[in-house]
Design a protein around this ligand. Structure first.
Ligand SMILES: C[S@@+](CC[C@H](N)C(=O)[O-])C[C@H]1O[C@@H](n2cnc3c(N)ncnc32)[C@H](O)[C@@H]1O
Length: 236
């Protein structure tokens, strides 16, 4: 059976498909006002507006000290998270975001090469923020990235770089090494994207050993520790 977002048929897997309200109903103690950035009209390479809201809600649920993003692209999601991160009095960089310095020797699938070529030339949107000093840009192929200096450092990690199987696997393994804190979360993008069937299968397999939730109506999958998603509503 194929995975299909539109018809809600999924491959048999331990991965759990949840309605968005179960994320939105997590109590985070934050004010309702948000500085939001609309996705580009062509949508290329970016989260949808709804995915951005869901991602931000997960960030709020964790209230992370340190965030890591695999795949900066034009820095739109980096900026969204940056603007919403409450000041914790810490002056060091709190958002680390990794992208390629160039595209030489990289294996790509789907539209990824096109996006990477754009990304290399991008001036990154988070640079427009007065809080930009909180962002540390790492320019490196994620396949050669060494997570050991960052073991247990990040309490929120977003995996959205190269969507080819070996890269997603490596980025995921590195994320698990870098994940730490009392409450923490890893989010993956592009689950169910027809361009990247191996990524979808990888997450469905991973769900056999790691608790994973897919938020219906999005291509987001997440793993959360130390925080609880909202209960399922039962019929009255
Ligand atoms: C879909 S975009 C990221 C979108 C971004 N997370 C956002 O929400 O706006 C994927 C990015 O991954 C980068 N990328 C592709 N292969 C990579 C690799 N091997 N190492 C690091 N970054 C890579 C591309 O250059 C591109 O900017």
């Amino acid at each position: 059976m194929d995975t299909c977002l539109a018809t809600r048929t999924y491959a048999p897997s331990a991965l759990m498909h949840i309605r968005p309200y179960r994320v939105l109903s997590i109590e985070d103690g934050r004010e309702e006002e948000v500085k939001f950035f609309m996705p580009p009209a062509d949508g290329a390479g970016s989260l949808t507006a709804f995915e951005s809201v869901m991602l931000l809600k997960l960030v709020r649920a964790i209230n992370p000290d340190f965030v890591f993003e695999f795949g900066t692209f034009d820095g739109r999601t980096t900026r969204l998270v940056l603007e919403d991160l409450p000041d914790n009095g810490d002056s060091e960089s709190r958002i680390y975001t990794l992208d390629l310095p160039d595209t030489d020797g990289i294996v790509f699938q789907g539209d990824d090469k096109l996006l990477a070529e754009k990304a290399v030339l991008s001036s990154r949107k988070y640079n427009q923020s007065p809080k930009k000093a909180m962002v540390k840009q790492i320019l490196q192929d994620s396949m050669t990235f060494d997570p050991s200096p960052y073991a247990g450092k990040f309490d929120f990690i977003f995996v959205d770089a190269n969507h080819e199987y070996e890269y997603v696997k490596r980025d995921t393994e590195n994320s698990l090494k870098m994940l730490g804190g009392d409450s923490s979360c890893i989010v993956w993008h592009d689950y169910g994207n027809p361009q990247f069937p191996e990524l979808t299968r990888y997450l469905e397999d991973l769900a056999g050993s790691l608790e994973l939730y897919h938020i219906e109506g999005t291509m987001l999958v997440f793993h959360m520790r130390g925080a609880k998603i909202g209960d399922e509503r039962t019929a009255a």
